[in-house]
Design a protein around this ligand. Sequence first.
Ligand SMILES: Cc1cc2nc3c(=O)[nH]c(=O)nc-3n(C[C@H](O)[C@H](O)[C@H](O)COP(=O)(O)OP(=O)(O)OC[C@H]3O[C@@H](n4cnc5c(N)ncnc54)[C@H](O)[C@@H]3O)c2cc1C
Length: 390
Amino acid sequence: MNFAFTDEQRMIASSARQLGERFGLDYWRKIDASKQFPAEIWKEICTAGLCGVALPAEHGGSGLGMVEMALIVENLAAAGAGSTIGQMFMINPIFGGVSISKFGTPAMQRDWLPKLISGEMNFCMALTEPDAGTNTLEIRSFAKEHGDGWLLNGRKIWITAVDTADKMLVIARTKKLEDSRSRSDGLSMFMIDAKRDGLTYSPIDKLGTNTLTSSSVFFDDVEIRADELIGTLNGGWRELLDVLNTERIVTTAGLTGTSELALKLAVDYALDRKIYGDRPIASYQGLQFPLAQCYAENEAARLLNYKAASNFDLGLPYGSEANAAKLLAAQATARTTERAMQTMGGMGFSKEYHVERLWRDCRLFRFAPISEEMILNYIAMHDLGMPKSY
Ligand SMILES: Cc1cc2nc3c(=O)[nH]c(=O)nc-3n(C[C@H](O)[C@H](O)[C@H](O)COP(=O)(O)OP(=O)(O)OC[C@H]3O[C@@H](n4cnc5c(N)ncnc54)[C@H](O)[C@@H]3O)c2cc1C
């Protein structure tokens, strides 16, 4: 077993770190406060070739893999972005890139991948519905045959970055549940324009991840063309899993990078802060132990995520590792940002010291894109062979 990165991987990680540091913490604090999409940094990420790292070379990508993508996300997160940068990679190279490169038509690949990779096109994915979150297979949005294409009706919720997206990956039923062989039968994926007659959205007021909107989306007789079907009609569920499992790897990378950053901010502060004479608060074992524990937990999550990414690149099963890594990373990062805030006392609560943003944003990932409880259900069933409990 070899844990060493190649020279190329080290170089990619280092360019992501340097790019992230050029923007730094103050950039993120500013756009978080003004609730602005991270357009400037995304443009540079794309120009540096980092968005397309795992996408096919023939369409402008680098044709590398998920290990490289994880390294990029982790380093951008640790350089100042925090966990939200994972979402930027989710919406574009994962929701857009994985779906189009694996299941899209040659025309979709030719027309959209180069624009995705260069940052000219942004994407989003609409799966969750008000009555179908964890229970994804209960989605009710329905695309009814209409001429050569479909007419879509339904409602989605919590959809990230609709307002800035050019294209939306929509998952809808194309066969009524009662006519389907199973709940996973009869689902299809479409890649439609995010601005289209009959498609409206309304942003939701929320706790964090302020740089990316989250919206309710309404489809009222939205026309879908025949050439907007992506993947297999009625067989979209299996294909969607490839999109969702790679999404976990990117989420975890954003989280492990965030923990690294929170630890650095906490340690730097603690080394500097003196309250009883000359000894910094960093010398107190009561502050050291919890931070050291967080470090160990984060390293374990990071390593498991590399295994998930490496398995994906080698064409091996990776779902168990990707899920378990995401579970551990979300818990470790929640604890780390909490401990970092505690270490800083009052200053941890101020915007000026950044940890409050990291703490707010990472909370999301304990229940999204998949919740801790559902990962534990998955491990119990798939890894331990226990019966389904729900
Ligand atoms: C900021 C934000 C951005 C998002 N972005 C997107 C996006 O871009 N696209 C998209 O499609 N969706 C998105 N989502 C939706 C997200 O994936 C869902 O919120 C998530 O899947 C959980 O679904 P839910 O909110 O309906 O919770 P529910 O399904 O109602 O679950 C509530 C609680 O019950 C628990 N639970 C449910 N079933 C079981 C069980 N069998 N055993 C034990 N516990 C159980 C869950 O773990 C959870 O803790 C986003 C959500 C947020 C908040």
